[in-house]
Design a binder for this molecule. Structure first.
Ligand code: ADP
Ligand code: MG
Length: 400
């Protein structure tokens, strides 16, 4: 894979596919980690006299403009981080983009509006995607792929566009891939994996590969309930992926055969209602054993015994990969499980990798020092698919 050092960027329009998919509360960015992570690449290009055209997706708009998902706040924040003005185009390939890019001088930066305001970006139709990529290609001379959080997507700006322009990987992608590669090679043991979060079906796949690699797998978050159900427990109205139960049972069986330790919650915090994340009004959850969840309640965080258990299982780790919060950490009553795991990572001497947009944001929002972790990945799905051993379209395109 070429790096930006291999490109002659001075005076050239350089398209940087970044991942500025930051969490927003209205128009306020609640965690700017992804913007800070790609800023060094942009700064380097600026310093070398490139005309930098940054593009990204934000959220999941439906292929048409939707002000809720505007990247305008990200342009402001990027400008603050770079310490220079970032021009903002109010469209992606239309008049505003064209004139904004045309007005760029050497060393100046522009951000285009959300790529996903165009149906071509995420289209499953190769021709439609390619047509959009060609429109994007007209805005630049060179391509730098640095949106690690999107490299597992076969999208126009990630997969098709690099094929149309001389290209290289940005520094963020180079770093991310370097760290994940380490986790697939010889690792310091015990290698402990902690999985949680809400995207259960997206995350089960990685276990297949991890069963061959990890020594211990700790399960929390919304994922845990599919495991508890598979073990025959009532999970009430908790997040559940009923159709995945056979897969989960197979994992549990294989873990037993291969000596991988699978650890499930022993107690959980439950409530009949999902908490109000806006007002953060007290949720008054109840603490129950993991095999005694009432039928009308849902599990929203791991309980204190589980926190202690997981901390103990992490204490002697040599390597830790953690993806997915242990509970609905956005509400203070359900943040303790996630806090406990983050603290346990810091207390261990392990090489620690945190993956996942929400997990990374959780670590920072809950007040931990991000520099105290070995690596905080900007990509959740991307890091999981890498560890699954899959070919990532955005990385393959940069290799070519
Ligand atoms: P990541 O972005 O780190 O990969 P996910 O997107 O899969 O993680 O999941 C993050 C979300 O999971 C958070 O918004 C959190 O509130 C939610 N979550 C965690 N535990 C539960 C649970 N028990 N029930 C419902 N949602 C949960
Ligand atoms: Mg997420």
């Amino acid at each position: 894979m070429k790096t930006i050092e291999d490109l002659d960027v001075a005076g050239k329009r350089v398209f940087v596919r970044a991942d500025l998919n930051v969490p927003l509360d209205g128009t306020t960015i609640t965690d700017d980690g992804r913007i800070r992570a790609v800023a060094p690449t942009i700064a380097k290009l600026v310093e070398r006299g490139a005309r930098v055209v940054v593009a990204s997706h934000l959220g999941r708009p439906k292929g048409a403009p939707d002000p809720k998902f505007s990247l305008a706040p990200a342009a402001v924040r990027l400008g603050e981080i770079l310490g220079k003005n970032v021009a903002f185009a109010t469209d992606t390939v239309g008049e505003s983009a064209e004139s904004t890019v045309a007005a760029l001088d050497d060393g100046e930066v522009a951000l285009l509006e959300n790529l996903r305001f165009n149906a071509g970006e995420t289209s499953k139709d190769d021709a439609e995607r390619k047509a959009f990529a060609e429109q994007l290609a007209a805005l630049a001379d060179l391509y730098v792929g640095d949106g690690f959080g999107a490299v597992h997507r076969k999208h126009a700006s990630v997969y098709d566009l690099p094929g149309l322009l001389p290209h290289a990987a940005g520094d963020l992608i180079a770093t991310e891939v370097g760290v994940l590669k380490k986790l697939t090679e010889e690792v310091a043991r015990p290698y402990v994996v902690v999985l949680g979060g809400a995207k259960v079906s997206d995350k089960l796949g990685v276990i297949d590969n991890l069963l061959k690699k990890a020594d211990r797998i700790l399960i929390g978050g919304g994922m845990a309930y599919t495991f508890l159900k598979a073990k025959g427990h009532e999970v009430g109205i908790s997040l559940l992926q009923e159709d995945q139960i056979p897969v989960v049972l197979d994992y549990l069986k294989r873990a037993e055969e291969t000596g991988v330790e699978f650890v499930l919650p022993v107690d959980v915090l439950v409530s009949a209602e999902f908490p109000d994340l806006k007002t953060k009004a007290p949720a008054n959850p109840e603490l129950v054993a993991a095999d005694a969840i009432p039928a009308d309640q849902e599990g929203l965080d791991i309980g204190p015994k589980t926190r202690e258990l997981y901390a103990a299982k992490l204490a002697d780790a040599g390597t830790v990969f953690w993806n997915g919060p242990m509970g609905v950490f956005e509400h203070p009553d359900y943040a303790n499980g996630t806090k406990a795991v983050a603290q346990a990572l810091l207390d261990s001497d392990a090489f620690t990798v945190v993956g996942g947009g929400d997990s990374a944001a959780a670590v920072r929002i809950l007040g931990f020092d991000e520099n105290a972790f070995g690596h905080i990945s900007t990509g959740g799905g991307a890091s999981l698919e890498y560890l699954e051993g899959k070919t990532l379209p955005g990385l393959a395109a940069l290799e070519g």
